[in-house]
Ligand binder design. Structure first.
Ligand code: SIN
Length: 475
């Protein structure tokens, strides 16, 4: 591998700001320090806020074609730098290389899609009841935006937020997760290379999320907050954003159910459930968390599934062979272990896995998992597949819905009526029918209940950054 060269300073008002305060980014695979990164505080946050406010008028008035041009060049550069970006993710948060490459393509997809969509923010005219009046509706950017992104998809969560905001004409300040600031900074470097003007997109790495976030949350001029992370933190941010009546998008916790019906294509159900569960080592908001299989095929499904899980390669995220890398940190490991121990104590059977080495947790399959288990009540965020049996469609749907969150759910069936009936009955924002990875740039991503507010992706993701202005024109 060539020596990887990447930015470690804050990206503030179009320039790289070196700071004496640093924090360590540590590889979860080796425990080694990957980089000492500039540690922003309240002072840098205030500077970035002012720069975002200053840059807003010109960026919002730039033509859609100018904004689209910057985004198009950014997209091309992200794809050109697919390899270093995938390597950075492997280093800083342990994503295996092949998954990292897929994530870069996914991340670039948002930038490409919104580069195109920037030119299609059309207004409307509405018929008036008066002959001398005209009703015009136009869409305007909401204003400067503050975004907080998680470590599990360090590239795609940045572009899924920033690309529609920039396409709409908003300026955007990003606080990436402490565990994964390097990918975000690399994206900032590519934005600069793409000709992105100063203050339009800024990145503030920090080990003090509260100190950096405070000025943005309190300032009236920041008109929108977008956050991906836990429900607990999302609720607190929502309360604080309410004080200045900011628009908010919150993409919060999941805990996805999988319903495998006896009429499903078994092989396909196994493969897609494998992807739904073990993508990113289960560290995803849309990861399969509870697998319900209809009784007649339960044994066959469990056997085929366990065989596929046994074949998954755990190891160095920088190796081409690796399917499952380490968990992100000790807390993540402890949670996964606690969930497995609790399920076993309640009588579940361990079929594969269950053991940990360092932060690596072996891909695990458990059968006969009781409904009261933590695995079924909380989001595990790890490579553990708990399987249980159901007998009636209504029973499966009501189990699936008996959860306070509602992000993604999965259904496997070949019966078209059932596919419609069940997908409509599920109280979730996303339903994958015979599809373990429905996420894609042009579709709406987001949840109901405690999974959050708003949608990212597609035209819905753009609307989150637009205000509606009505002009009544008397002739
Ligand atoms: C997430 O886990 O928050 C994002 C997953 C996805 O985009 O598919």
């Amino acid at each position: 591998m060539e020596r990887l060269e990447f930015p470690k300073e804050a990206f503030l008002d179009g320039a790289w700001r070196s700071l004496p305060r640093r924090f360590s980014v540590v590889s979860p695979a080796t425990g080694e320090v990957v980089a000492e990164v500039a540690d922003c505080g309240e002072e840098e946050a205030k500077e970035a806020l002012e720069a975002a406010v200053r840059a807003f008028p010109a960026w919002s008035r730039a033509t859609a074609y100018e904004r689209a041009g910057v985004l198009r060049r950014w997209y091309e550069l992200i794809l050109k730098h697919q390899e270093p970006l995938a390597q950075l993710m492997a280093l800083e948060m342990g994503k295996p290389l092949k998954e990292g490459r897929a994530e870069v393509a996914y991340a670039a997809g948002f930038v490409e899609w919104y580069a195109e969509e920037a030119k299609r923010i059309y207004g409307e005219t509405v018929p008036s009841q008066f002959p001398h009046k005209r009703i015009l509706v136009r869409y305007e950017p909401v204003g400067p935006v503050y975004g907080i992104t998680p470590w599990n998809f360090p590239a795609a969560m940045v572009t899924r937020k920033a690309a529609p905001a920039l396409a709409a004409g908003c300026t955007f300040v990003l606080k990436p997760a402490e565990e994964s600031p390097l990918t975000a900074l690399y994206l900032a470097r590519l934005f600069q290379e793409a000709g992105g003007p100063p203050g339009v997109f800024q990145v503030l790495p920090t080990s003090d999320p509260e100190g950096v976030s405070r000025p943005f949350l309190e300032d009236e001029r920041i008109r929108k907050l977008t956050f991906t992370g836990s429900t607990e933190v999302g609720v607190r941010l929502y309360e604080r954003a309410a004080r200045t009546l900011k628009r908010v998008s919150l993409e919060l916790g999941g805990g996805a159910p999988v319903l495998v019906f006896a009429d499903a294509d078994l092989e396909r159900a196994v493969e897609e459930t494998l992807r739904a569960k073990f993508r990113n080592a289960g560290e995803s908001c849309v990861a399969a968390n509870r697998i319900f299989v209809e009784a007649p095929i339960a044994e066959a499904f469990a056997q085929a599934y366990a065989e596929r899980v046994r074949a998954l390669k755990v190891g160095d995220p920088l190796s081409e062979e690796t399917d499952i890398g380490p968990l992100v940190n000790e807390a993540a490991l402890r949670k996964v272990q606690a969930h497995v121990e609790d399920a076993l104590a309640l009588g579940a059977r361990l079929v594969v896995g269950g053991e940990a080495k360092g932060l690596f947790f072996a891909p695990t399959v458990l059968l006969d998992v009781k409904r009261e288990s933590l695995l079924f009540r909380e989001e595990t965020f790890g490579p553990v597949a708990p399987i249980t049996v159901f007998r009636e469609e209504e029973e499966a749907v009501s189990w699936a819905n008996a959860f306070p969150v509602g992000l993604a759910a999965y259904v496997f069936t070949r019966d078209l009526s059932r596919a419609f009936r069940v997908s409509e009955a599920l109280a979730y924002g996303i339903v994958g029918v015979n599809d373990g990875v429905p996420s894609t740039p042009q579709a709406p991503f987001g949840g109901v209940k405690r999974s959050g507010l708003g949608r990212e992706g597609g035209k819905w993701g753009l609307e989150e950054y637009l205000e509606v202005k009505y002009v009544s024109l008397g002739l």
